[in-house]
Design a protein around this ligand. Structure first.
Ligand SMILES: [Zn+2]
Length: 363
């Protein structure tokens, strides 16, 4: 089977780097279509304007409504076509960036992503998650191209609510364990290729940076400070986890995340928070040692990530509810197919039941 490695063309990260947006746009043309919601635009409009002032490039801003739906993408695509632009730029959280990637794909234009929160590893990827009008997951759209540039201003990231940054740590933490499961099972990446050694090493580095710097980085972000730890962990969340999951493969942690989205009580939990619970369940299913599980649980607690179902808002789940999660997660055509251990819906429900118990020390 072929091995493959995929990536965005350019990744730029630093405090204050948003003032280079206009310069990066000029590598791809003269006119940009900038997709951002009102809140993000209030925070960034002035810097964006300044960044274009020193260049020959221009931009037109399009209002993003907050939901990455087929209808929103259609509306933005029509507006982008009317504007006659050379490049699409998404500024904001995962949904705005996903919408920008889909608009660019439809217009066959390059895209640049500017994440303003480090909550997931999506800014570097060639994927968009599309939602139905009622907010339910509709599809994961794969694009032929990656972003031409990913511009990450760590001052903006640090100023955003800390919960997003912590959630990004949860999403990134799973990358190494899922890449390892994929490697050992002979599984594949989203492109249906085998992972490369490079993809695996990036996932390993992601894990090391989180292990060494996450606690200090969260402490700094809580007071809106950018330190070297914040730089390291932002790179782990946005770049290394992004490259690591796309080039290493997803496994049980994300499969169980997908199952957890079935629970209405977990609705207010973030992607990364659900992935964290999925990761703990993955390790239980894989038969990880008590020490490994205790270390990971302690790490999660130290940065404010959930370690029990109740932390997601799920209290006293019924057996039926946990079996529903298990059935979605156990789909062998989903990420679970990359785990070396064949698991049933019942085994997943049993692992989640362990994460629903108070633990031996609290009895
Ligand atoms: Zn994820």
């Amino acid at each position: 089977m072929t091995r493959a490695f995929v990536a965005p063309s350019r990744y730029i990260q630093s405090a204050g780097v948003l003032d280079q947006l206009g310069t990066h746009v000029t590598r791809h043309g003269q006119a940009a279509f900038v997709i951002a919601d009102d809140t993000v635009w209030d925070l960034t409009a002035e810097i964006v304007a300044d960044s274009f002032a020193s260049t020959a490039a221009t931009y037109e801003r399009a209002q993003f409504g907050g939901a990455c739906t087929g209808a929103a993408i259609d509306r933005l695509t029509a507006a982008g076509a009317d504007a006659g632009v050379d490049i699409i730029v998404g500024i904001g959280g995962g949904k705005a960036l996903d919408a920008a990637k889909s608009v660019a794909a439809r217009l066959e234009l390059p895209v640049g992503t500017v994440p303003t929160i480090a909550s997931t590893d999506s800014p570097t990827s060639s994927l968009s998650i599309i939602y139905a009008d009622d907010g339910a997951f509709a599809e994961a759209e794969r694009h032929n191209h990656h972003p031409e540039f990913v511009l990450v201003d760590t001052a903006v990231i640090a100023a955003a609510p800390t919960r997003w940054f912590v959630s990004g740590i949860g999403d990134a933490l799973a990358t190494w364990y899922e890449a390892t499961a994929t490697w050992e099972s002979g599984g594949t990446m989203l492109t249906d290729d085998r992972p490369t050694y490079a993809g695996r090493e990036l996932a390993r580095t992601c894990h090391r940076l989180l292990h060494d710097h996450a606690e200090g980085a969260v402490q700094a972000v809580a007071v809106d400070s950018v330190t070297e730890s914040v730089e390291a962990v932002t790179e782990a969340i946005v770049l290394l986890s992004g490259l690591g999951f796309e080039n290493g493969g997803l496994a049980a942690a994300h499969a169980i995340h997908d199952g957890l989205t079935m629970l209405p009580s977990a609705e207010s939990a973030t992607h990364g928070e659900k992935v964290m619970i999925g990761l703990l369940a993955q390790l239980i299913l894989e038969g990880a040692s008590d020490e490994t599980l205790a270390d990971l649980t302690a790490f999660a607690a130290s940065v404010g990530l959930p370690t029990a179902l109740s932390d997601l808002g799920v209290t006293d789940p019924t057996e039926d509810a946990l079996m529903d999660v298990g059935r979605v997660a156990a789909d062998p055509d989903g990420p679970m197919g990359n785990d070396p251990i064949a698991v049933s819906a019942g085994q997943i429900a049993a692992a989640l039941r362990v994460l629903d118990s108070p633990g031996p020390t609290q009895h």
